[in-house]
Design a binder for this molecule. Sequence first.
Ligand code: GLN
Length: 513
Amino acid sequence: MVSVAVVVPGTSERNASCRRVVIIPVDVQAPSARVTEIARAVASRQLRAADVCRAALGRIEQRDPGVRAFLHVSEAHALARAAQVDAALDAGRAAGPLAGVPIAIKDNLCTRFAPTTAASRALDGFVPPYDATVVVRLEAAGAVIVGKTNLDEFAMGSSTENSGFFPTHHPLDAGRVPGGSSGGSAAAVASGMAAAALGSDTGGSVRQPAAFCGCVGLKPTYGRVSRYGLIAYGSSLDQVGILATNVPDAARVLEVIAGPDPRDATCSHHRPEAFSAALEDDLVARRMEGLRVGVPREYFGDGLSEVVRRSVDAAIAKARRAGARVVDVSLPRARHSVAAYYVIATAEASSNLARYDGVHYGARRGAAGGIEALYCESRGAGFGSEVQRRIMLGTFALSAGYYDAYYAKALRVRRLLRDDFTTALREADVLISPTTPTTAFRLGEKLSDPLSMYLADVYTIAVNLAGLPAISIPCGVDEAGLPIGLQLIGPAMGESLLLQAARGFERMLAPTL
Ligand code: GLN
């Protein structure tokens, strides 16, 4: 594990006594519990939030020109927030659970203090009049939001190359993609520019980039986290997720952002449990003993690269030796999940994106040519080609004569797939699979072949169709040193169990974390 110590000069008499060495991990070899450690150190006054913030901003300045994870760095806002955290502590007020923790936010989550574009030219320069609920909750917990991260336009893609502005690069190899669509968030965490980040996951957009970049990526149960202020893509699938360097950090952030929100009618009434408290070593060890780990055979078939297969198989073998009970399960309808997803997600997207017409929302073009020209030109210029493709696919699937053949059929497949998971999760506590079929691919490699890009999410998509929680954790590297991720899937609202199992695997695979 490699770390660098950033020495931050003191700014006043008072904090001259503070420890001003901030340990920032280099690339994916991150030290343990960064969110948790920073929050503890700030709360106990060993570190000043302002120093942590300056160190993170310095790291962004140093690393981001090569990685390009950020669409916007909110330097002034971050420094002001950090100063407020320090002032509150100086005044003797209680520290929040994320006091002084630098966090990056995917740019499809609304922030009043920074532009929110969803990486679309249609929203270039848009500054929302309100903050997303998750942003409000992070800041109330003392987090310091350092910037907005790049994504595939409107979260449509698996490589961050569909951004309307520029692609993000893999932190370990600039010739490769970081995954997507939350590629900026994953790259920011993996290169130490933020301790954790928020993303969104409609079909794998948190887990897949986490796997590519070597971080932990958590997609909570559908409805677990409020989506108020998340720019909608596929509303029956979208969920806000977390990228972090380890499982306890992800749990701590989830505790802060989860829970009912009167502003989001689809948000569940379940109160968040004490996810972090469930991760004490002895509780995790007890959970791993006899844990039924289901291996869906359909997820280990053709198309899976040998190196990923070997790595996930090795993790399963280790779990067995550690006392888990490994059982074979089947998800017979999983092979239809990519097809069903691309009907349902595009149908919902075609409806959600109708509002960017240059009148209600979005950049306006062609106003001189009348209303039809205005719509056509605004949407033609504002949307990139992948977004246009999806709007057309979705409009087609919903149109009279095709609705039953495509959309209604996809909904039936979705229902059957859900039943498959229910059956499998009766035989097992959690399911295990690879997160992605391969490690990070090259920039440009899949751009001209949308179908091969869609298949990058072949193991993650079914989870969204079924509304379940799932997490990707690092489980090794390939010959070139590129990270490999394994996915654990849990029952609906079973985040406590899922996080315990993930922590058990993390302990087993990376004992120092
Ligand atoms: N890659 C998938 C898609 O393009 C998933 C994206 C996501 O989860 N936002 O739709």
